[in-house]
Design a binder for this molecule. Structure first.
Ligand code: UAG
Ligand code: ATP
Ligand code: API
Ligand code: MG
Length: 502
């Protein structure tokens, strides 16, 4: 269950009549004071304006009575929702498309709190969470009170809670900014998912700097094709969305974006393309991390060390460095911050005295699986054993590609379940196995615990077991129920059992 919605306490409340004037619509006779805003009845709080909008499954107006019971004092809806909101006893404003106004009105209710923060946003298929942790660590090293919003957790200064989404809906987002503002946060870093860009979750936000890591196949269930997926990501680099962009031009979509974006773009090249503004060189890949030289504008030269292995993390690190430089963080703080950053469930080694390496990672796209396996291969004397599953109710066309990436990169590919959600797990596995043609022996084991157990039992001295796809996740969603499940814990327990047996 998501944590209760944040609400600032020191902002100037608004009146419903002011909201009507702001939106240019008729004001009802009743004119309550508005202290907050919600688009989900379950998260509504006393004094809220409830925005009742149509969605994929329902119209929010169906829940207007629940929003009122939770304390909402007024509604903003469309014509279709008007009757239900009025019947629920809420003075109601009617607009053409409430979803489209959600960001603007949320920012307005809290007095544009994002304006008080230095805001850094990161998009891309893979690497958003990792890059955001690197950026946040360096902002803190430079003495900032920071906020962090993303897949794993939401942080306001030292307060941390588990996130429900990568990018929250606009009312929650602006409330978070407002709480950050009143708690003295000066810089906030956030992941901007393609869902968020498509669904207007960051409307009303203008980033000081936006970063782009890469684009590869994912989420075609919402975007339809790669062109639309690219367009969603690229929209973060529009004039009203960001002041400056930092783009990885080693990535083909990044190169396109750098060429066509309407805002100023700073380019980064992890492979060291001399034409890029920021370049990496002298990369040292270690089992526990990666180090590289950074060459930037004005003869900037830094030696950066990350405690997260993987050549792909050079790209994340370089994007982070250029974003930090863009908001005025000095090189020493950048180096200090990046050296201390850790990201839960990303290339995380699990150790219980075993004679082989065990790693939990969040790779859940074909590209990420390929890169992670390419990272562990040269660090492994023996076999690479990969445990992989594909999520249900998500892009179906990535499943055979994930199977192929596992079969090409590993010696043994154990195809298992990863959040089947509403789908038949066996059918999902079959789709992955259909593509799993390559060097690896392919083994199908449905239950994830059994699959992990088998992989660890099979491993011998010098092998590496990589358990992919869930990283930091704490549950396995099967048929609408989230069962507690933590890959890191499951691996550790199994390793300890093996230790006891030996
Ligand atoms: C595409 C999407 O994000 N859909 C989310 C959305 O659905 P929806 O807008 O169509 O809403 P709906 O369920 O039809 O309901 C309509 C309206 O009624 C409201 N409502 C609904 C039920 C209720 O009891 N009370 C209530 O007020 C809803 O808040 C909404 O305003 O609102 C639903 C409930 O409010 C969410 O469960 C649902 O999340 C989906 C399932 C989800 O999980 N989205 C994921 C994929 C997502 O957003 N992921 C991205 C990217 C991840 C990545 O980085 O790869 C993310 O940013 O996290
Ligand atoms: N720059 C990168 N290029 C390719 N793969 C990467 C990169 N960075 C990380 N990965 C892989 O992708 C996985 C997810 O990384 P991370 O959580 O940082 O990405 P994300 O974009 O936040 O993902 P999500 O959209 O699911 O939140 C990592 O565990 C790793 O396997
Ligand atoms: N943000 C991604 C995470 C996927 C993680 C994987 N465990 C899965 O369930 O597919 C999504 O919601 O599609
Ligand atoms: Mg993420």
């Amino acid at each position: 269950m998501a944590a209760p919605a944040h609400r600032p306490t020191t902002h100037q409340p608004r009146r419903l009549s002011e909201a009507a004037a702001f939106l240019g619509v008729a004001a009802p006779a009743e004119d309550p004071e508005l202290t907050g805003i919600a688009q989900d009845s379950r998260r509504a709080q006393p004094g809220d304006l409830y925005v009742a909008r149509p969605g994929e499954f329902a119209h929010g107006a169906q829940f207007a009575d629940k929003a009122r019971a939770n304390g909402a004092v007024a509604a903003l809806t469309d014509e279709a929702g008007q009757e239900d909101c009025v019947r629920a006893g809420l003075p109601t404003l009617v607009v053409g498309d409430p979803r489209q106004l959600l960001g603007t009105i949320s920012a307005w209710v809290y007095g544009d709190p994002a304006d008080a923060l230095t805001l850094l946003g990161i998009t891309g298929t893979n690497g958003k969470t990792t890059t955001s942790y690197l950026v946040d660590a360096a902002l803190r090293a430079a003495g900032n009170g920071t906020g962090l919003i993303g897949t794993i957790e939401t942080r306001i200064g030292d307060d941390v809670e588990v996130s429900a989404r990568t990018t929250p809906e606009a009312p929650d987002l602006h409330a978070l900014f407002a709480v950050m503002r009143e708690r003295g946060v000066t810089a906030a870093t956030m992941e901007v998912s393609s869902h968020a860009l498509t669904l207007g979750r960051v409307d009303g936000v203008r980033f000081d700097v936006a970063g782009f890591t890469n684009l590869s196949q994912d989420h075609l269930e919402i975007h339809g094709d790669m062109e639309s997926y690219y367009a969603a990501k690229a929209s973060l680099f529009g004039k009203d969305r960001a002041q400056l962009g930092v783009v990885n031009v080693d990535d083909a979509a990044g190169a396109l974006l750098a060429a066509e974006a309407e805002i100023e773009i700073v380019t980064v090249s992890p492979s060291g393309d001399p034409a890029a503004n920021w370049r990496a060189s002298d990369v040292a890949l270690e089992p526990t991390g990666v180090a590289f030289d950074v060459h930037g504008p004005d003869d900037t030269r830094l030696r950066v060390s990350l405690g997260i292995p993987g050549e792909f993390n050079v790209a994340n690190g370089l994007v982070a460095v250029a974003m930090l430089h863009a908001v005025g963080i000095d090189g020493a703080a950048i180096v200090r911050g990046l050296a201390t950053a850790t990201v839960p469930g990303r290339m995380e080694r699990i150790q219980a005295g075993q004679a082989f390496t065990a790693i939990v990672d969040y790779a859940h796209t074909p590209d990420a699986i390929e890169r992670v396996l390419a990272t562990v291969r040269p660090l492994t004397e023996g076999r690479v054993i990969a445990v992989v599953g594909c999520g249900g109710d998500r892009d179906q066309s990535k499943r055979p590609l994930m199977g192929a990436a596992a079969a090409n990169g590993a010696d043994v590919a154990v195809i298992t379940d990863d959040n089947p959600r509403s789908e038949d797990p066996a059918a999902i596995r079959a789709a992955a196995i259909a593509g799993a043609k390559g060097r690896a022996e392919v083994v199908e084991i449905g239950g994830r615990r059994e699959a992990i157990g088998w992989a660890l039992d099979t491993a011998r001295q010098g092998d590496t077991v990589v358990v992919l796809g869930k990283g930091h996740e704490l549950g396995q969603e099967i048929a609408g129920i989230v069962h507690p499940f933590d890959d890191r814990q499951v691996v550790l327990e199994q390793l300890r059992r093996m230790e006891e047996r030996s």
